[in-house]
Design a protein around this ligand. Structure first.
Ligand code: NDP
Ligand code: 8YV
Length: 343
């Protein structure tokens, strides 16, 4: 009897030449247009497959996997995985993978650029010029805050946060950071970074950058109370997740002159953007593109495809996907070799 091949679902169009590697091992159901799948559509797709390649646009929780009896692996094409209920997946014996490291430097580049754009009012100045206001040069117009020798505050000093800190050395910045756990001294030295508690970070930063993972525990971590602790001349840059910031409180602070400027790549209800932020001059808004260089997005998809192949027991890393998220939770359940199931 012919052996049936495992089936996988690819939730969004993702570099067909890279995703094409899946065909060697699996029957592939690939989504051809960018799609906001309904929860019912996600559940229906997952019911039919052994593995899935998904993105941040695909929220998957206990309800979506409830009927997915053959599902063994979900490869997220992102380092952040707050779109997935990892505990529910672990309980169901489903391996989750993500795409760390390959996007670190590109995302750090962008975080630094967004911080600079906010502080130096670059997009506001461009709009002003394009709108025909540059009739006479005004010595006092569009003045911003300095980056060089300013104090950079990094909330979430992991892979990307450390990348931003390394860039700050070139601008002779003082770097403060806060994590739940202090970093080893050698890493602090390499990043020329000083540990502080959260209140100290808020109070002392001239430019605060958020690069920590989102979870319910840090929902609206940056609220009106936190913003009130910041300098009036400070900027806030968020390249992590929108839910970390209370956007109405941020709009209040920016409108009221209690914060100089903000740079936002992520939004709580994205792709919808709070209309109060859209109306403000002193905020730079970008559509979640911090990892978006061509080379890095291709590397993310390649890593995710490799993860999925390995998680389903094939390829050179069979049973050992390069970047598992919940391998420890699945500890007692060995990953399959080709032709086996996980459970
Ligand atoms: N805009 C975009 O396109 C992109 C956004 N991202 C976002 O950036 C995030 C970070 O990525 P990456 O640097 O690779 O992740 P890492 O896991 O390497 O770093 C996260 C850091 O955040 C710290 N952290 C976690 N929770 C808290 C907390 N409650 N308070 C303070 N610090 C905390 C961690 O330290 P500790 O555990 O000690 O607290 C760790 O140092 C991703 O989760 C993703 O959401 C990533 C790539 C692109
Ligand atoms: O990796 C992350 O956590 C990101 O937020 C980004 O790299 C997105 O994945 C990217 O925008 C594609 O969804």
């Amino acid at each position: 009897m012919a052996e049936t091949r495992p089936r996988v679902w690819v939730s969004q169009p993702l570099f067909a030449d890279i995703v094409g590697r899946l065909h060697e091992y699996f029957d592939v159901a690939a989504t051809e247009q960018v799609t906001q799948h309904s929860p019912q559509a996600i559940a229906a797709a997952l019911r039919e497959v052994d593995g899935a390649l998904v993105t941040l646009n695909d929220p998957i929780g206990a309800a979506e996997i409830a009927g997915a009896t053959r599902l063994r692996a979900i490869a997220n094409v992102a380092v952040g995985y707050n779109n997935l209920d990892v505990r529910a997946m672990s309980d169901a014996g489903i391996l989750v993978t993500n795409t760390p490291d390959v996007l670190t430097e590109t995302t750090a580049d962008f975080g630094f650029a967004l911080m600079m754009a906010a502080a130096r009012r670059i997009t506001e100045a461009e709009r002003w010029l394009r709108d025909g206001h540059w009739r006479q040069w005004n010595f006092e117009s569009l003045l911003g805050g300095d980056i060089h020798r300013a104090t950079l505050g990094i909330l979430g000093m992991g892979r990307i946060g450390q990348g931003i800190a390394r860039r700050a050395a070139g601008f002779d910045m003082r770097v403060l950071y806060h994590n739940r756990n202090r970093l080893p001294e050698a890493v602090e030295r390499e990043c020329r970074a000083e540990y502080t508690d959260l209140d100290g970070l808020l109070a002392r930063a001239d430019h605060l950058v958020l690069v920590l993972p989102y979870s319910l525990q840090v929902h609206h971590l940056i609220d009106s109370t936190a913003l009130a602790k910041m300098k009036r001349t400070a900027t806030l840059t968020n390249i992590a997740r929108g839910g970390l910031v209370d956007e109405d409180a941020l709009a209040d602070a920016l409108e009221g002159g209690r914060l100089a400027a903000a740079g936002l790549d992520v939004f709580e209800g994205e792709p919808a953007v709070n209309p109060r932020l859209l109306a403000l001059r002193n905020v730079v808004l970008t559509p979640h593109i911090a990892s978006g260089s061509l080379a890095t997005r291709r590397a993310m998809v390649s890593l995710a495809v490799g993860n999925l192949i390995a998680a389903l027991g094939h390829g050179p890393h069979a049973g050992r996907p390069p970047s598992p998220v919940n391998a420890a939770a699945l500890g007692s359940k060995p990953l399959p070799q080709a032709g086996e199931g996980l459970g």
